[in-house]
Design a protein around this ligand. Structure first.
Ligand SMILES: [Zn+2]
Length: 91
């Protein structure tokens, strides 16, 4: 039973599953979305659409990949998040 990072869906697919609409990319490959961790009306969270690293400039939360954003948004364990995203191999 292992985590397979290569099996993670594309960042855009994970954002869609979280009902987060991404802005157009800036020149560095980042898009803005409304932060799902704190409640807000204007997008403060910046996420790299290829690498998946993200940071919210309003509440300061940050993570290194899209799985971490998914896990934090759904408030579930790492393994559960990896399972739901199809990146957990084994039981
Ligand atoms: Zn935030």
């Amino acid at each position: 039973m292992t985590f397979n990072r290569d099996a993670l869906p594309p960042v855009a697919d994970v954002l869609a599953r979280l009902n987060l609409a991404a802005s157009r990319l800036n020149g560095s490959g980042y898009a803005q979305v409304r932060c799902p961790i704190h409640s807000e009306d204007n997008p403060s969270l910046s996420i790299h659409m290829q690498r998946g690293n993200w940071r919210c400039f309003a509440c300061g939360e940050a993570g290194g990949d899209v799985l971490e954003l998914y896990r934090r948004t759904r408030d579930i364990s790492f393994i559960q998040a990896a399972r739901e995203l199809g990146a957990w191999e084994g039981r």
